[in-house]
Write a protein that binds this ligand. Structure first.
Ligand SMILES: NC(=O)c1ccc[n+]([C@@H]2O[C@H](COP(=O)([O-])OP(=O)(O)OC[C@H]3O[C@@H](n4cnc5c(N)ncnc54)[C@H](O)[C@@H]3O)[C@@H](O)[C@H]2O)c1
Length: 300
Protein backbone atom coordinates (compact mmCIF):
# COMPACT_ATOMS: atom_id res chain seq x y z
CA UNK A 1 0.00 0.00 0.00
CA UNK A 2 3.06 2.24 0.37
CA UNK A 3 3.63 5.31 2.47
CA UNK A 4 1.03 7.99 3.01
CA UNK A 5 2.30 11.48 2.19
CA UNK A 6 -0.59 13.19 0.45
CA UNK A 7 -4.14 13.38 1.70
CA UNK A 8 -7.20 14.56 -0.18
CA UNK A 9 -10.17 15.77 1.88
CA UNK A 10 -13.51 15.96 0.07
CA UNK A 11 -15.87 18.65 1.39
CA UNK A 12 -14.91 21.87 3.16
CA UNK A 13 -17.85 22.03 5.57
CA UNK A 14 -17.98 21.68 9.35
CA UNK A 15 -15.89 18.51 9.31
CA UNK A 16 -13.80 18.69 6.13
CA UNK A 17 -12.20 22.05 6.95
CA UNK A 18 -10.90 20.95 10.34
CA UNK A 19 -9.94 17.47 9.14
CA UNK A 20 -7.84 19.18 6.48
CA UNK A 21 -6.10 21.27 9.14
CA UNK A 22 -5.49 18.23 11.36
CA UNK A 23 -3.76 16.53 8.41
CA UNK A 24 -1.70 19.60 7.48
CA UNK A 25 -0.63 20.17 11.10
CA UNK A 26 0.51 16.52 11.26
CA UNK A 27 2.84 17.13 8.30
CA UNK A 28 0.81 15.81 5.35
CA UNK A 29 0.47 17.60 2.02
CA UNK A 30 -3.27 18.15 2.13
CA UNK A 31 -5.76 19.24 -0.51
CA UNK A 32 -9.30 20.19 0.45
CA UNK A 33 -11.78 19.91 -2.41
CA UNK A 34 -15.34 21.24 -2.50
CA UNK A 35 -17.86 22.02 -5.25
CA UNK A 36 -18.59 25.41 -3.72
CA UNK A 37 -16.05 28.28 -3.72
CA UNK A 38 -17.98 29.84 -0.85
CA UNK A 39 -17.46 26.74 1.30
CA UNK A 40 -13.72 26.82 0.59
CA UNK A 41 -13.46 30.54 1.43
CA UNK A 42 -15.39 30.02 4.64
CA UNK A 43 -13.17 27.07 5.56
CA UNK A 44 -9.97 29.04 4.99
CA UNK A 45 -11.23 31.98 7.05
CA UNK A 46 -12.41 29.73 9.87
CA UNK A 47 -9.07 27.93 10.01
CA UNK A 48 -7.14 31.21 9.96
CA UNK A 49 -9.21 32.47 12.89
CA UNK A 50 -8.96 29.22 14.85
CA UNK A 51 -5.22 28.89 14.41
CA UNK A 52 -4.64 32.60 15.17
CA UNK A 53 -6.51 32.01 18.43
CA UNK A 54 -4.39 28.94 19.20
CA UNK A 55 -1.19 30.91 18.47
CA UNK A 56 -2.44 33.76 20.69
CA UNK A 57 -3.04 31.28 23.54
CA UNK A 58 0.41 29.73 23.07
CA UNK A 59 -1.05 26.34 22.11
CA UNK A 60 0.39 26.47 18.59
CA UNK A 61 3.68 27.93 17.36
CA UNK A 62 3.54 30.61 14.68
CA UNK A 63 6.06 28.73 12.49
CA UNK A 64 4.12 25.49 12.93
CA UNK A 65 0.92 27.25 11.87
CA UNK A 66 2.58 28.82 8.82
CA UNK A 67 4.11 25.48 7.79
CA UNK A 68 0.70 23.80 8.08
CA UNK A 69 -0.93 26.43 5.85
CA UNK A 70 1.89 26.00 3.33
CA UNK A 71 1.00 22.29 3.12
CA UNK A 72 -2.74 22.97 2.84
CA UNK A 73 -4.49 23.84 -0.42
CA UNK A 74 -8.14 24.51 -1.22
CA UNK A 75 -9.77 24.10 -4.62
CA UNK A 76 -12.69 23.14 -6.82
CA UNK A 77 -10.53 20.91 -9.03
CA UNK A 78 -10.76 17.22 -8.12
CA UNK A 79 -8.66 15.68 -10.88
CA UNK A 80 -5.25 17.17 -9.94
CA UNK A 81 -5.25 16.43 -6.20
CA UNK A 82 -6.93 13.03 -6.69
CA UNK A 83 -4.14 11.88 -9.04
CA UNK A 84 -1.59 12.48 -6.24
CA UNK A 85 -3.56 11.24 -3.24
CA UNK A 86 -2.36 8.34 -1.10
CA UNK A 87 -5.38 8.57 1.19
CA UNK A 88 -8.79 10.20 0.71
CA UNK A 89 -11.05 11.32 3.53
CA UNK A 90 -14.51 12.03 2.16
CA UNK A 91 -16.50 14.52 4.25
CA UNK A 92 -19.10 15.69 1.73
CA UNK A 93 -22.77 16.06 2.48
CA UNK A 94 -24.46 13.05 4.16
CA UNK A 95 -26.33 11.72 1.13
CA UNK A 96 -25.71 8.22 -0.12
CA UNK A 97 -26.11 8.97 -3.84
CA UNK A 98 -23.60 11.84 -3.58
CA UNK A 99 -21.10 9.65 -1.73
CA UNK A 100 -21.44 6.70 -4.12
CA UNK A 101 -20.95 8.97 -7.11
CA UNK A 102 -17.89 10.53 -5.48
CA UNK A 103 -16.36 7.14 -4.62
CA UNK A 104 -16.86 5.88 -8.18
CA UNK A 105 -15.13 9.04 -9.43
CA UNK A 106 -12.34 8.76 -6.85
CA UNK A 107 -11.80 5.13 -7.87
CA UNK A 108 -11.14 6.32 -11.42
CA UNK A 109 -9.00 9.33 -10.47
CA UNK A 110 -6.77 8.17 -7.59
CA UNK A 111 -3.71 5.88 -7.82
CA UNK A 112 -4.52 2.16 -7.29
CA UNK A 113 -2.81 2.11 -3.87
CA UNK A 114 -4.96 4.93 -2.41
CA UNK A 115 -7.29 4.14 0.48
CA UNK A 116 -10.73 5.70 0.16
CA UNK A 117 -12.23 6.48 3.57
CA UNK A 118 -15.50 8.13 4.38
CA UNK A 119 -16.16 10.30 7.41
CA UNK A 120 -19.86 9.46 7.13
CA UNK A 121 -21.68 9.27 10.45
CA UNK A 122 -24.39 7.01 9.13
CA UNK A 123 -23.35 5.01 6.08
CA UNK A 124 -21.33 1.87 6.70
CA UNK A 125 -18.50 0.86 4.30
CA UNK A 126 -20.53 -1.77 2.43
CA UNK A 127 -23.06 0.88 1.32
CA UNK A 128 -20.26 2.71 -0.52
CA UNK A 129 -17.48 0.19 -1.22
CA UNK A 130 -19.21 -1.51 -4.16
CA UNK A 131 -19.31 1.80 -6.04
CA UNK A 132 -15.55 1.25 -6.47
CA UNK A 133 -13.36 -1.44 -7.96
CA UNK A 134 -11.33 -1.59 -4.72
CA UNK A 135 -13.84 -2.44 -1.96
CA UNK A 136 -10.98 -3.89 0.15
CA UNK A 137 -9.51 -0.35 0.35
CA UNK A 138 -12.69 1.34 1.59
CA UNK A 139 -13.51 1.98 5.26
CA UNK A 140 -14.96 4.62 7.54
CA UNK A 141 -12.58 6.98 9.27
CA UNK A 142 -15.04 8.75 11.50
CA UNK A 143 -13.91 11.95 13.23
CA UNK A 144 -15.85 13.80 15.90
CA UNK A 145 -16.81 17.45 15.92
CA UNK A 146 -14.77 19.63 16.35
CA UNK A 147 -12.23 17.49 14.53
CA UNK A 148 -9.25 19.63 15.60
CA UNK A 149 -10.12 19.02 19.25
CA UNK A 150 -11.72 15.60 19.65
CA UNK A 151 -9.20 12.78 20.00
CA UNK A 152 -11.26 9.70 19.16
CA UNK A 153 -11.69 8.42 15.61
CA UNK A 154 -13.76 5.33 14.86
CA UNK A 155 -12.40 3.10 12.10
CA UNK A 156 -15.14 0.88 10.75
CA UNK A 157 -14.37 -2.11 8.61
CA UNK A 158 -16.92 -3.52 6.20
CA UNK A 159 -17.07 -7.19 5.19
CA UNK A 160 -14.67 -6.49 2.31
CA UNK A 161 -12.22 -4.14 4.05
CA UNK A 162 -8.76 -5.75 4.16
CA UNK A 163 -6.60 -6.10 7.27
CA UNK A 164 -3.97 -4.03 5.47
CA UNK A 165 -6.42 -1.15 4.97
CA UNK A 166 -7.38 -1.24 8.65
CA UNK A 167 -3.72 -1.34 9.72
CA UNK A 168 -2.77 1.59 7.45
CA UNK A 169 -5.78 3.62 8.61
CA UNK A 170 -5.00 3.00 12.29
CA UNK A 171 -1.38 4.06 11.67
CA UNK A 172 -2.55 7.21 9.87
CA UNK A 173 -4.95 8.11 12.69
CA UNK A 174 -2.09 7.76 15.18
CA UNK A 175 0.12 10.04 13.05
CA UNK A 176 -2.73 12.56 13.09
CA UNK A 177 -2.50 12.52 16.90
CA UNK A 178 -5.85 10.78 17.27
CA UNK A 179 -7.02 7.83 19.36
CA UNK A 180 -8.22 5.23 16.84
CA UNK A 181 -10.84 2.67 17.82
CA UNK A 182 -11.59 -0.17 15.39
CA UNK A 183 -15.09 -1.62 14.95
CA UNK A 184 -14.64 -5.18 13.75
CA UNK A 185 -18.12 -5.35 12.22
CA UNK A 186 -20.10 -2.57 10.59
CA UNK A 187 -23.24 -1.26 12.27
CA UNK A 188 -25.10 1.98 11.45
CA UNK A 189 -24.29 4.71 13.96
CA UNK A 190 -21.10 2.95 15.09
CA UNK A 191 -20.43 3.06 18.86
CA UNK A 192 -20.39 6.67 20.03
CA UNK A 193 -23.39 7.86 18.03
CA UNK A 194 -25.51 4.83 18.93
CA UNK A 195 -25.06 5.69 22.59
CA UNK A 196 -25.48 9.42 21.92
CA UNK A 197 -28.58 8.89 19.75
CA UNK A 198 -30.29 6.86 22.43
CA UNK A 199 -29.79 9.81 24.81
CA UNK A 200 -30.90 12.32 22.15
CA UNK A 201 -34.06 10.39 21.28
CA UNK A 202 -35.00 10.14 24.95
CA UNK A 203 -34.39 13.91 25.38
CA UNK A 204 -36.70 14.66 22.42
CA UNK A 205 -39.34 12.26 23.79
CA UNK A 206 -39.23 14.11 27.12
CA UNK A 207 -39.54 17.48 25.32
CA UNK A 208 -42.37 16.42 23.01
CA UNK A 209 -44.14 14.76 25.94
CA UNK A 210 -44.04 18.20 27.59
CA UNK A 211 -42.17 16.75 30.57
CA UNK A 212 -39.45 19.41 30.58
CA UNK A 213 -38.06 22.24 28.43
CA UNK A 214 -35.02 22.19 26.15
CA UNK A 215 -33.08 24.19 28.74
CA UNK A 216 -34.18 21.98 31.64
CA UNK A 217 -33.15 18.76 29.88
CA UNK A 218 -29.77 20.22 28.85
CA UNK A 219 -29.21 21.44 32.40
CA UNK A 220 -29.93 17.98 33.88
CA UNK A 221 -27.49 16.33 31.48
CA UNK A 222 -24.75 18.83 32.31
CA UNK A 223 -25.20 19.14 36.04
CA UNK A 224 -26.48 15.70 37.05
CA UNK A 225 -24.81 13.43 34.51
CA UNK A 226 -21.60 15.40 33.98
CA UNK A 227 -22.06 15.76 30.21
CA UNK A 228 -19.98 18.65 28.83
CA UNK A 229 -23.10 19.84 26.99
CA UNK A 230 -26.75 18.88 26.85
CA UNK A 231 -28.27 16.87 23.95
CA UNK A 232 -30.00 19.94 22.44
CA UNK A 233 -26.84 22.07 22.70
CA UNK A 234 -24.94 19.25 21.02
CA UNK A 235 -27.49 18.95 18.18
CA UNK A 236 -27.09 22.69 17.57
CA UNK A 237 -23.31 22.26 17.44
CA UNK A 238 -23.26 19.29 15.07
CA UNK A 239 -26.14 20.44 12.85
CA UNK A 240 -29.75 19.35 13.33
CA UNK A 241 -29.90 18.21 9.69
CA UNK A 242 -27.20 15.57 10.28
CA UNK A 243 -29.37 13.61 12.72
CA UNK A 244 -32.41 14.22 10.53
CA UNK A 245 -30.78 12.73 7.42
CA UNK A 246 -29.34 9.81 9.40
CA UNK A 247 -32.77 8.91 10.79
CA UNK A 248 -34.47 9.38 7.43
CA UNK A 249 -31.95 7.07 5.77
CA UNK A 250 -32.54 4.47 8.49
CA UNK A 251 -36.31 4.74 8.01
CA UNK A 252 -35.95 4.40 4.23
CA UNK A 253 -34.10 1.17 4.90
CA UNK A 254 -36.21 -0.28 7.70
CA UNK A 255 -39.67 1.15 6.97
CA UNK A 256 -40.11 1.18 10.76
CA UNK A 257 -41.97 4.37 11.83
CA UNK A 258 -39.92 4.39 15.05
CA UNK A 259 -36.91 5.28 12.89
CA UNK A 260 -38.57 8.42 11.50
CA UNK A 261 -37.12 11.81 12.50
CA UNK A 262 -39.15 13.38 15.35
CA UNK A 263 -41.85 16.00 14.76
CA UNK A 264 -39.86 18.86 16.29
CA UNK A 265 -36.64 18.03 14.40
CA UNK A 266 -38.58 17.79 11.12
CA UNK A 267 -40.11 21.20 11.86
CA UNK A 268 -36.71 22.81 12.54
CA UNK A 269 -35.14 21.30 9.41
CA UNK A 270 -38.16 22.47 7.37
CA UNK A 271 -37.57 26.02 8.60
CA UNK A 272 -33.85 25.82 7.83
CA UNK A 273 -33.02 26.26 11.53
CA UNK A 274 -30.15 23.80 11.66
CA UNK A 275 -28.27 24.98 14.75
CA UNK A 276 -25.20 27.16 15.16
CA UNK A 277 -24.33 27.10 11.45
CA UNK A 278 -27.59 28.92 10.60
CA UNK A 279 -27.67 31.06 13.77
CA UNK A 280 -30.78 29.28 15.03
CA UNK A 281 -31.77 25.79 16.08
CA UNK A 282 -32.95 24.66 19.49
CA UNK A 283 -31.45 27.95 20.68
CA UNK A 284 -30.70 31.24 18.88
CA UNK A 285 -27.11 32.50 18.52
CA UNK A 286 -25.65 35.98 18.10
CA UNK A 287 -23.32 36.81 15.22
CA UNK A 288 -20.31 35.70 17.29
CA UNK A 289 -21.90 32.26 17.70
CA UNK A 290 -22.78 32.78 21.38
CA UNK A 291 -26.02 31.32 22.67
CA UNK A 292 -28.64 33.98 23.41
CA UNK A 293 -30.17 33.09 26.78
CA UNK A 294 -33.93 32.61 26.95
CA UNK A 295 -34.27 31.76 23.26
CA UNK A 296 -34.76 28.02 23.45
CA UNK A 297 -37.24 26.32 21.14
CA UNK A 298 -40.22 26.20 23.51
CA UNK A 299 -39.92 29.88 24.43
CA UNK A 300 -39.78 31.18 20.86
N1 LIG B 1 -21.19 17.61 11.60
C1 LIG B 1 -20.75 16.66 12.41
O1 LIG B 1 -20.75 16.80 13.63
C2 LIG B 1 -20.19 15.38 11.84
C3 LIG B 1 -19.39 14.55 12.67
C4 LIG B 1 -18.81 13.40 12.14
C5 LIG B 1 -19.04 13.06 10.82
N2 LIG B 1 -19.82 13.85 10.04
C6 LIG B 1 -19.99 13.46 8.63
O2 LIG B 1 -19.14 14.29 7.85
C7 LIG B 1 -19.73 14.52 6.58
C8 LIG B 1 -19.82 16.02 6.34
O3 LIG B 1 -20.59 16.62 7.34
P1 LIG B 1 -20.50 18.19 7.64
O4 LIG B 1 -21.20 18.41 8.91
O5 LIG B 1 -19.09 18.65 7.47
O6 LIG B 1 -21.40 18.74 6.43
P2 LIG B 1 -21.47 20.25 5.86
O7 LIG B 1 -22.84 20.38 5.28
O8 LIG B 1 -20.99 21.23 6.85
O9 LIG B 1 -20.41 20.21 4.65
C9 LIG B 1 -20.56 19.41 3.52
C10 LIG B 1 -19.75 20.03 2.40
O10 LIG B 1 -19.74 19.10 1.32
C11 LIG B 1 -19.79 19.86 0.12
N3 LIG B 1 -20.23 18.98 -0.95
C12 LIG B 1 -21.47 18.53 -1.23
N4 LIG B 1 -21.43 17.71 -2.31
C13 LIG B 1 -20.14 17.62 -2.69
C14 LIG B 1 -19.46 16.94 -3.74
N5 LIG B 1 -20.11 16.15 -4.59
N6 LIG B 1 -18.13 17.11 -3.84
C15 LIG B 1 -17.47 17.89 -2.96
N7 LIG B 1 -18.04 18.57 -1.96
C16 LIG B 1 -19.36 18.43 -1.82
C17 LIG B 1 -20.72 21.01 0.42
O11 LIG B 1 -20.50 22.09 -0.48
C18 LIG B 1 -20.31 21.35 1.86
O12 LIG B 1 -19.31 22.34 1.91
C19 LIG B 1 -21.09 13.80 6.58
O13 LIG B 1 -20.94 12.56 5.95
C20 LIG B 1 -21.39 13.62 8.06
O14 LIG B 1 -22.15 12.47 8.31
C21 LIG B 1 -20.38 15.02 10.51
Amino acid sequence: MGTIDRILVIGAGTMGAQIGMVCALAGFETAVYDLAETALDRARTELEERTAHAVGKGRLGEAERDAAFARLSFGTDLIGPAAKADFVIEAAVEQLDVKRKLFAELDRLTPPHAILATNSSGFVPSRIADATGRPDQVCNLHFFNPAMVMRCVEIVRGPQTSDETVRATVALAERLGKQPVVLDKEIPGFVANRILNAVRDEAIRLLEGQIASVEAIDTVCRTALGYPMGPFELMDLTGIDIGYHTKKARYDESGDPRDLPSRSVTELVGRGELGRKTGKGWYAYDRHGNKIEGTSWTSR
